[in-house]
Design a protein around this ligand. Structure first.
Ligand SMILES: Cc1cc2nc3c(=O)[nH]c(=O)nc-3n(C[C@H](O)[C@H](O)[C@H](O)COP(=O)(O)OP(=O)(O)OC[C@H]3O[C@@H](n4cnc5c(N)ncnc54)[C@H](O)[C@@H]3O)c2cc1C
Length: 303
């Protein structure tokens, strides 16, 4: 009997290295025996990371095809804490994978672990399986080929993905006209990013921001937007309750004119969504609008 490879699988990893990229973002490099079997399909490839529990007991989901059923059968309080992160770099041959963590304090299990973890400490990932030959998904950066105009708006949690997106665009023979607005805590939280003649990057440090709106939201008033096409200003927009749901509106690009990838704190992304669709009448099919976290609320999403 042959066993079908699943799109995602569990990986046992240990922390191998850490490097501070700026004041609040640290690159943690993980190693594990099976990393050669891990895959990543886009610069915003998301993964789930299982962290040790409050008593420090590591996640030890079994390395069996039915690990997900085992996880789901656990009572919620016995499940390992899990959060969503982005694969920043994968080096299958070296057996290494990098994840960039925002260190925002001890309030959540992920940031707490990333601040205090020692080299050799274990975690478990749920990540794409290289042995699966179908479309595994788990990423939203899907611009039409030859897209001419890109808008990126991100905060620091989406900066790992945004950096990878800009690197992928910079590698194109003719990179598109691109505006990138990146909200960070302070000027000490910036990073080196690629450059090309039609790329404009605006770092928007919160501690220098004077507008009432969060920096990501004010960015939209500085962005060059295409003229509204199909939707008229005031178009219907389904409500999203960001206190009980993840805001995850995805583009369905058809034409190569304009493509937006917008991710960060959910209330900011919701305000941008309202502005672009209701006030500017933009076509929702060109917009990815993703709440990566919610201020004041733990995002322990389930599998
Ligand atoms: C698809 C996707 C990809 C992501 N990729 C990354 C990534 O590569 N790197 C990364 O750092 N994050 C990333 N995130 C965001 C990350 O999942 C959240 O920030 C998550 O809440 C962190 O978990 P935690 O255990 O530290 O805090 P939680 O337990 O979730 O929250 C505890 C408290 O901390 C607050 N909080 C959470 N995140 C932040 C923050 N960044 N700044 C300030 N306060 C915060 C919450 O509002 C809450 O009050 C991604 C999210 C998604 C959906």
């Amino acid at each position: 009997m042959t066993t079908m490879a699943s799109p995602y699988r569990l990986f046992d990893l240990v922390l191998a290295r850490r490097r501070n990229l700026n004041h609040s973002l640290s690159r943690l490099t993980f190693q594990g025996p099976d990393v050669a079997r891990m895959a990543t399909h886009a610069p915003d490839q998301r993964i789930k990371i299982f962290f040790p529990d409050a008593a420090g007991r590591p996640s030890a989901l079994p390395h069996r095809p039915d690990w997900l059923a085992v996880y789901r059968a656990l009572p919620p309080q016995a499940r390992p804490s899990m959060r969503t992160y982005t694969i920043r770099h994968l080096r299958p041959q070296a057996g290494e994978v990098d994840v960039d963590f925002v260190l925002h304090g001890d309030a959540g299990p992920a940031s707490r672990w990333a601040i205090h973890a020692q080299l050799g400490d274990p975690v478990q990932f749920v990540a794409p399986n290289r042995d699966y030959d179908g479309e595994a998904g788990g990423y939203e950066w899907k611009p039409a080929p030859d897209t001419r105009h890109v808008l990126l708006i991100a905060d620091e949690t989406a900066l790992p993905a945004a950096s990878g997106i800009l690197e992928s665009l910079a590698a194109l023979p003719a990179p598109p006209a691109t505006q990138a607005f990146i909200e960070v805590g302070s000027a000490a939280d910036t990073l080196a990013l690629p450059t090309w003649p039609q790329l404009e990057v605006a770092w928007m440090p919160r501690d220098q921001h004077t507008d009432d709106r969060p920096p990501m939201v004010s960015a939209i008033h500085r962005a060059r937007l295409p003229a509204a096409k199909t939707a008229a200003a005031g178009t219907a927009l389904p409500d999203v309750d960001i206190e009980s749901q993840i805001l995850w509106d995805l583009a369905a690009p058809g034409d190569a004119g304009f493509y937006a990838w917008i991710a960060g704190e959910a209330a900011s992304v919701l305000a941008i969504r309202h502005h672009l669709v209701k006030e500017r009448g933009m076509d929702r099919r060109s917009l990815n609008l993703m709440g990566y976290w919610r201020r004041g609320r733990a995002l322990d999403d389930s599998l």
